[in-house]
Structure formats: structure tokens, C-alpha cells
Design a protein around this ligand. Sequence first.
Ligand code: SF4
Length: 197
Amino acid sequence: MQQALGKQDITILADRGYDDSTSFKTVHQAGVTAIVPKIRTSANRKKGLFTKEDFVYNKEKDVYECPAGKDIPFSFVSTDKGKPLRAYMSVMTCKGCTMKSRCTTSPAVRRIRRLDDEEHVERVAQAYKNMPNAMILRHRSVEHPFGTIKQWAGTQQLLTRTLKHVKTEVSLQVLAYNFKRMMNIMGVSGLISAMKT
Ligand code: SF4
């Protein structure tokens, strides 16, 4: 991507639903900043309980700092869809906590789960916090071409099949969109002279 754009410092914006820790890791390893809002589906939030966002991960100590200011230590590893999932919990710490009714419906303990590559999810969340208008920008930049190209394609949508051919077809549609857009903005003669220079 950097090579195609001739730029190393790249930020990508994606819509809700494209949040996946493995993809984030790949993007970060390529030196790209990703901004993706999270879908908030926490059952605890609906119940009015503390959510995971109320717990702060401390990498040095490998603990979660809970809303009561206690350190919740690492306890065990399980797997979720083949990915290692670390559990943080402490029966002793939660025992007798005055905030327990706001924290968990479990009689014993609050458990926090953490993916192995969750630091990439946190990095994306922080990038989104640093750029709160990111989704407005994404909407303004992407929805216009997307809607226009879909309108041009009509009900047929795509004429080709298989990823390779669909990629080619979509690339041609995008190229046509870009030319039309430049002609609208610069005029035909303006575009021709810009291309000559
Ligand atoms: S119940 Fe446990 S995790 Fe929750 S606030 Fe109290 S000590 Fe912290």
C-alpha cells in the first residue's frame, strides 16, 4: 500500500464491524495506523454493570486495574475460536468488595478476558480516541464514490466472477469514477493540461 501511494506514514479508516485483532496486528506490522470504531455489544453495559473498558491493563505488571483500584492478576489461558484467551481474576480480591454489585452478577468473582494480541485492539481504540471525527471523514470520503459506483452498476452489480476478475472490474469502475470526478472538478481541458504536466 505504501509503495502504491508513495508514502510511508499511512492511516486507514474502516467502518464498525471490521475490528479483528489478527488483522490489526498485520496492519500494525506493516507500519500502518488503523482507526476502527468498536461495536459495543457488552451485556454488562445493558445491565448497568462495569464493562471491560472500565478496567485498565497494566502491561508491566500483567494485571488489570479494576474500578475499585485493585490489581486483578492473570489466572489461566483458554482458547476462543483457536485463539489463546487469557483470563484475569482473583476470588480473594473480589471477596468483600463493596462495588461487587456494580461489577458482576457472579457471587464470587469478576473475570476479565484478554486476547494474546489485544494490544493491537487497544492501539486501534486509542487511535480512534485521538481522532474522534474519523468516521465523519470516512463517510465523506468513501460513501460518495461507493454510492455512485453502485448506482452506475445498477441491479446487475458485477458482471464478472471469481476474485481475480472482480478485482479487475472494480478497479476499472474506480478508475472511471476518478476520471469523471476529476473532470467535474477540473473540467476536461483542466484535466488534460494537468495530465500533460
Ligand atoms: S468486584 Fe472485584 S473486580 Fe470488581 S471492582 Fe470489586 S475488586 Fe474490582
